[in-house]
Design a protein around this ligand. Structure first.
Ligand code: FAD
Length: 167
């Protein structure tokens, strides 16, 4: 975000980064903290774009955070996967919803590399997995944190999504 003039930072759509509303807000936040840190001589913060979620606000919503399988293959990063389509969990059966899918990708430490969802609460699920990526929370802990998610919410399905990744 630093421009050719050291004391001037570009944030939001005029920076050549990810053009989304809350990314603009976060860039402004990090730029302000950076300016303060420069004045105080403390460690400079940095933007992390690896956990920016992307959502198509269609119905059902399609969204993702982190990497795709294709990118992981291209970058030779080993990964493990849990995924399913046409979900038949009780939470979907009770409303007759057929068009739902998920894919969770994890690394050798069982931390989230990518999470992809098609459904009617993609944004809620993405928030959980975005935070897990930021905090580097392993899947066993994400599962434990979601045991008491209100049932039958989409978040209550996280247990079913993560079980195939847990021995
Ligand atoms: C159609 C559309 C849909 C979008 N949907 C989404 C979405 O669903 N979710 C999402 O996260 N992002 C969405 N975006 C992207 C998001 O709107 C931008 O990334 C975000 O608004 C960038 O914030 P910003 O502050 O950099 O710029 P802006 O929000 O564009 O703010 C710039 C401001 O500067 C003002 N301005 C311009 N020139 C001057 C001047 N010379 N003097 C004074 N003021 C000036 C403008 O009037 C404007 O108010 C969408 C964008 C578009 C175009």
């Amino acid at each position: 975000m630093r421009t050719s003039i050291p004391a001037i930072f570009a944030v939001g759509d005029c920076a050549q980064t990810v053009m989304l509303a809350r990314v603009a807000d976060m860039e402004a936040h990090v730029a302000a903290r950076t300016i303060t840190a420069m004045e105080n001589g403390t460690d400079l913060p940095a933007m992390d774009y690896t956990t920016v979620p992307a959502v198509l606000f269609t119905y059902p919503q399609l969204g993702m955070v982190g990497k795709t399988e294709e990118t992981l293959k291209q970058e030779n990063i080993p990964y493990w996967k849990s995924h399913d389509t046409d979900l038949s969990w009780p939470t979907y059966r009770r409303i007759g919803m057929k068009h739902a899918a998920y894919k969770i990708l994890v690394d050798e430490n069982n931390c989230i590399l990518g999470a992809h969802f098609l459904g009617d609460n993609t944004t809620g699920l993405l928030n959980t997995f975005k935070q897990a990526m930021i905090d580097k929370t392993p899947v066993t802990k994400i599962r434990e944190n979601n045991i008491m998610a209100p049932y039958p919410s989409r978040e209550s399905d996280i247990l079913y999504m993560l079980d195939p990744l847990i021995d």
